[in-house]
Design a protein around this ligand. Structure first.
Ligand code: GDP
Ligand code: CA
Length: 349
């Protein structure tokens, strides 16, 4: 295995990807033989805030892989202060319910400056990634799924309103804690957005493609809805392994259940597998990893033409995340081996 592509959102995606990096370091102590990891990152949560480009999932990935994330809060930089946010609030600029720390704002200022200088988001992300770990950069290439702005909006009825309106995903998620019933999601800008050539090349050249246990609607769903991206994953020769973000009918962390309900998908590992679909039936998945708590549904997933496996799915720390990533690598290898065996049998006939 030489190259691994993982489709990710923010928090779930970064936990999984850190585990993947640790597991690959363990399996391939020699860096020369170690497979490369490319993360295709959701940009649907991006927004302009106080004149700055906010890319929450790219930054969650970058901070976690650089080892500077705040593990207590679960987002942002460790050791933050909020002096600039206080000033912005005093000026009435930005979103008062969306506090960004000073260090985090440093990232946003740098990104906005690079974008204003004419760099694409892909180029700006590469430049922001390069400074970490003493200038060695990140152990993973971070690729925004698209350089074209795509911003997820949520259709809701605001308190006191008589009709529905569209609000930015971050407003729904952070200000209303996903508590306003969502009747749907709209990705503004999606029709004219395209996956970048970097993303298409990474997917086409991958030996394994993993759908991280990220939000299946507003993280993985948004990535896949960029015109051409789902088709690229389907056309890839690499096995596609998905990791369930749902354990025993619950979104482990966060509010993925509210998103699934909005698009009419039940909050269960089986329903999310069916939503992604089996590759044999025009969907994406060759394999699907569910929690041991969900072992009873393995037969029903296999009936969809998807290889299914029950493994420990909780990412409590780096070790448990690494074990989970290892199970995903093994599932990809098993799928490749079974294809080779089938080919061998065909040739032997
Ligand atoms: P966000 O962009 O920050 O919301 O993060 P992601 O989209 O990457 O991931 C959020 C999802 O990860 C949550 O909705 C959960 O369903 C899932 N998740 C979080 N922690 C775990 C875990 O320990 N195990 C598994 N399997 N899924 C998890
Ligand atoms: Ca996100």
């Amino acid at each position: 295995m030489r190259s691994i592509v993982v489709l990710v959102g923010g928090v779930g995606g970064s936990r999984f990807t850190s585990g993947l990096v640790a597991e690959l370091e363990r399996r391939y102590p020699d860096v020369i033989t170690r497979p490369s990891v490319t993360a295709v990152v959701n940009t649907g949560d991006d927004a302009w805030i106080a004149g700055l480009r906010l890319c929450p999932d790219l930054d969650s990935m970058m901070y976690t892989l650089a080892g500077v994330n705040d593990t207590t809060r679960g987002w942002g930089r460790a050791g933050e202060t909020e002096r600039v946010a206080d000033e912005l609030n005093a000026y009435g600029v930005g979103w008062p319910w969306f506090t960004l720390g000073d260090l985090d704002l440093g990232t946003l200022i740098a990104r906005s400056a690079l974008l204003r200088d004419g760099l694409t988001l892909t180029e700006a992300t590469a430049q922001l990634s390069a400074r970490w770990r003493g200038g060695a950069g990140l152990p993973v290439s971070l690729l925004p799924a698209s350089d074209d702005p795509v911003e997820t909006h949520v259709r809701v009825t605001l308190p006191g309103a008589s009709s529905e309106s569209l609000i930015h995903f971050e407003e729904w998620w952070v200000k209303y804690r996903a508590g306003l019933r969502a009747s749907g999601f709209e990705q503004l800008g999606i029709e004219s957005a395209r996956p970048t050539p970097h993303v298409l090349n990474a997917i086409a050249g991958a030996d394994a493609i993993i759908l991280a246990p990220s939000n299946p609607v507003v993280s993985i769903g948004t990535i896949l809805s960029i015109p051409g991206l789902r088709e690229a994953v389907r056309a890839a020769t690499a096995p596609v392994v998905g990791v369930s973000p749902i354990i025993a009918g619950a979104a482990v962390r966060g509010m993925a259940d509210a998103c699934l309900t909005a698009i009419g998908v039940e909050t269960s590992a089986l329903a999310v597998a069916a939503h992604y679909g089996g590759r044999v039936d025009g969907g994406l998945l060759d394999s699907w990893l569910v929690a041991e708590e969900d072992a009873a549904i393995l037969g029903r997933i296999r009936a969809l033409g998807i290889r299914a496996l029950a493994v420990p799915l909780w990412m409590r720390d780096l070790d448990t995340s690494a074990c989970l990533a290892g199970a995903a690598l093994d599932a990809a290898a098993a799928e490749s081996q079974s294809r080779m065996a089938k080919l061998g049998r065909r040739h032997g006939q």
